[in-house]
Ligand binder design. Structure first.
Ligand SMILES: CC(=O)SCCNC(=O)CCNC(=O)[C@H](O)C(C)(C)COP(=O)(O)OP(=O)(O)OC[C@H]1O[C@@H](n2cnc3c(N)ncnc32)[C@H](O)[C@@H]1OP(=O)(O)O
Ligand SMILES: O=CC(=O)O
Ligand SMILES: [Mg+2]
Length: 517
């Protein structure tokens, strides 16, 4: 058995998916595929303990790491000042617009913002390879897009450990999507990036434990040796976007030490993970999605701990994504988005973040101004230790949202957004503006997870009615009737399953992937 591509590879993508690249992917999967599966089984075992009533907590066995005196490696020059990072799906036009945008960093996404059709993942890899070599050109709507002179630093986000790329099989089974995205980008671009004075930089999504960070670290060492580049060349910023990982921030940085470039507060997946972790707990119901803001106690506690942890270890502490996006055709929507984003970035910069994320190029000036006001000419504010922060385990698991309520409007909104997002995703679009908010896989996960949570535990709406299967079906039919678009029927079937199945599905993208392509 060997490595097999299960789908037609467009001719243009054959340079990316070269025999050498496939050989490298095979080596990665053979070396790390089993450990990946063991760690996924460990996630499930841990969840069974949470379902039985255990709360996540700091690990006794890693106390020495938390209390030890160590720091991560110094950031490379082009990741030293990352005050504003723009993110977007790894698509040619987005890549050009983002690299030209004036942001310090561009995170090219194969995870939350990309619908992983075979076409999309290959087109993304191809476009990134051309972007690294400064040759990327794209034609759309009668316009030619080219890269300018001053470009943002490129960071790539491969898909998470839970996903597989079913179009490539190694020894008869699908390859890990993380290894596929990471391996293909690294193989094709590591040497070129180094020759150009940069390096292979990654964002690592959806980790649930330091053992998963250890796996990434071992993948990095293996890959660097294979490609004959020095260990420590790869640099990774880890998203702390699951509740279990919030208890292992020190440990995650420690595992990646020489490869670590920071932590990022991935707020949307974090909220999703909070719901998922406490799926069996009626005492942990969250209110309407719009009310779970960054200032509610558990979100505040988590970001404070992230900043403190990073600065103690010499790592960048990165803020997250405000979902409000401007609309160039609607000044009122734009004004509201700018105001909301300004408020969010001001809070992050003042709290000690060294940088933040924006979803749209028109938000860069606002975010930049707020970080400039705090950082001035300094590239970061790691010297602010935030030693006064004292976050306890109970602060991270406290589900109180002062003034929060579950409303019919909230149920309807979750149904509407989930349907629209699923239909976009099935059509090959992984990030979309819906009701003037950026929606991607992480935000859609919150919507469908809340519906499951409220239905399973019979949450009481403000008017006294309880959320039930009948209520969900009635509102879903009404929302569905108001929508138009491709794949809505499949989206509705998927949502019914995600909301009504007695078992909580761990990721919507796992189930929806069967319907893609
Ligand atoms: C929870 C998380 O993981 S957050 C990170 C993952 N999510 C993301 O990265 C989402 C990023 N944002 C986006 O994908 C987009 O902004 C969307 C889909 C929400 C909206 O995109 P559009 O509908 O194209 O917005 P709009 O029409 O206002 O765009 C105007 C221009 O800005 C460009 N643009 C918009 N967002 C971006 C971006 N993030 N990066 C680069 N360019 C962008 C568009 O391509 C368009 O360019 P053009 O004028 O050359 O045609
Ligand atoms: O990936 C980011 C998030 O908020 O989720
Ligand atoms: Mg995320």
């Amino acid at each position: 058995m060997t490595v097999e591509v299960q789908a037609k590879t467009p001719e243009a993508a054959q340079t990316v998916l070269s025999p050498g690249a496939l050989e490298f992917l095979r080596a990665l999967q053979r070396e790390f595929g089993t450990r990946r599966r063991e760690l996924l089984a460990r996630r499930a075992a841990r969840q069974r303990a949470f379902d039985a009533g255990e709360d996540p907590d700091f690990l006794p066995e890693t106390r020495a790491v938390r209390e030890g005196d160590w720091r991560v490696a110094e950031a490379p020059a082009d990741l030293m000042d990352r005050r504003v990072e723009i993110t977007g799906p790894a698509e040619p036009k987005m890549i050009i617009n983002a690299l030209n945008s004036g942001a310090k960093v561009f995170m090219a996404d194969f995870e939350d913002a990309l619908s992983p059709t075979w076409h999309n993942v290959l087109a993304g890899q191809r476009a990134l390879a051309a972007a690294v070599r400064r040759t990327l050109v794209h034609e759309a709507q009668g316009k030619t897009y080219r890269l300018g002179e001053a470009l943002a630093t490129l960071v790539v986000r491969p898909r998470g450990w839970h996903l597989e790329e079913r179009h490539v099989h190694v020894d008869g089974a699908p390859i890990s999507a993380s290894l596929f995205d990471f391996g293909l980008f690294l193989f094709g671009n590591a040497h070129e990036l180094l020759e150009r004075g940069s390096g292979p930089y990654f964002y690592l999504p959806k980790l649930e434990s330091h053992l998963e960070a250890r796996l990434w670290n071992d993948v990095f060492n293996f890959a660097q040796d294979y490609l004959r580049i020095p260990r420590g060349t790869i640099r990774a910023t880890v998203l702390i976007e699951t509740l279990p990982a919030a208890f292992e921030m020190d440990e995650i940085l420690f595992e990646l030490k020489d490869h670590a470039a920071g932590l990022n507060a991935g707020r949307w997946d974090y909220i999703f993970s909070f719901i998922k972790t406490f799926r069996a707990r009626p005492d942990k119901l969250l209110p309407d999605r719009a009310q779970v803001t960054m200032t509610v106690p558990f979100m505040h506690a988590y970001t404070e701990l992230l900043i403190k942890t990073c600065h103690k270890r010499g790592a960048h502490a990165m803020g997250g994504m405000a979902a409000f996006i401007p609309n160039r055709k609607d000044p009122e929507v734009t004004e509201r988005a700018l105001e909301k984003v300004r408020e969010d970035k001001r809070r992050e910069a003042r709290a000690g973040c060294d940088g933040t994320w924006v979803a749209h190029p028109d938000l860069i000036p606002v975010a930049m101004a707020e970080f400039d006001a705090v950082l001035g000419d300094a590239p970061h504010q790691k010297a602010r230790g935030r030693e006064e922060v004292a976050v306890r385990a109970e602060d991270l698991v406290n589900a109180d949202v002062p003034g929060g309520a579950v409303t019919e409007a909230g149920v309807r909104n979750n149904i509407n957004v989930a349907l629209q997002y699923l239909s976009a995703w099935l059509s090959g679009t992984g990030a979309a503006a819906i009701h003037n908010l950026m929606e991607d896989a992480a935000t859609a996960e919150i919507s469908r997870a809340q519906l499951w949570q409220w239905r399973t535990h019979g949450a009481t709406l403000e008017g006294g009615e309880r959320v039930s299967e009948a209520l969900y079906r009635r509102l879903k039919d009404e929302e569905l009737a108001s929508l138009q678009g491709a794949h809505l029927e499949t989206a509705a079937e998927l949502l019914d399953h995600l909301v009504l199945n007695p078992e909580f599905e761990t990721f919507l993208t796992l189930r929806a992937y069967a319907h893609l392509d």
